[in-house]
Ligand binder design. Structure first.
Ligand code: GRF
Length: 198
């Protein structure tokens, strides 16, 4: 299936860039059709503009009611004929309409080996700090389907990263992020080939 990917991003957009590049190199049978960010100054917005992908700023600032934002997002996704939503460092919870219209069609990446170190409040450096403090010898990244609970949907793929004695949350974050840039394109490639069923 040819993927028409809608990416939602709040931060730097390095995962988004890895996906754009993989589509450009024909690794993924698909294209990034649209990018949505809740943060107009996110690096992801600049990167999307540089790649000449249409980008929308949708947030509770311009859509104060939660239904309004949900509807606006749905409209943009429909307009660009998106058939799969990819959350790449998106820091907001999706609205119920988008979740139900795109059931089993929304992916998220989490910077740890779910189900460990997931759930509400577990994001960014907090995850890596908790992993280091636990004394675990490995961490990694997980791509999973999104439902209405945090980090709870079916796990689609994982990559393991070894933790060395001198790692700290920052060095671990960098190691994990580098692997995320491989895991997202590989997973989307497998989905486009039907090797991972949604
Ligand atoms: C990644 O660590 C991802 O796991 C988390 O947010 C970060 C996004 O980084 N959900 P970037 O915006 O893709 O550079």
């Amino acid at each position: 299936m040819k993927l028409r990917i809608g990416i939602l991003a709040s931060h730097g957009g390095s995962n988004m860039q890895a996906i754009i590049d993989a589509c450009g190199n024909n690794k993924i049978n698909g294209e990034v059709s649209v990018v949505i960010s809740n943060n107009s100054s996110a690096g992801a917005v600049k990167k999307a503009e540089n790649a000449r992908i249409q980008v929308y700023h949708l947030s509770s600032r311009n859509y104060p009611g939660s239904d309004e934002l949900d509807e606006a997002m749905l409209l943009v996704l429909k307009k660009h004929k998106v058939n799969i939503i990819v959350l790449a460092g998106y820091m907001k919870k999706l609205g119920p309409m988008v979740i139900s219209k795109f059931q089993n069609r929304i992916l998220n990446i989490h910077p740890a080996l779910l189900p460990k170190y997931g759930g509400r409040g577990m994001y960014g450096d907090k995850v890596h700090k908790a992993v280091i403090e636990s004394g675990d010898k490995e961490s990694g990244a997980t791509i999973h389907l999104v439902n209405d609970k945090y980090d709870d949907g079916r796990i689609l793929s994982q990559v393991i990263v070894q933790i060395s004695d001198d790692d700290n949350p920052e060095t671990l974050a960098a190691k994990v992020l580098a692997q995320e840039h491989r895991l997202y394109p590989i997973t989307l490639e497998k989905i486009s080939k039907g090797e991972i069923k949604l």
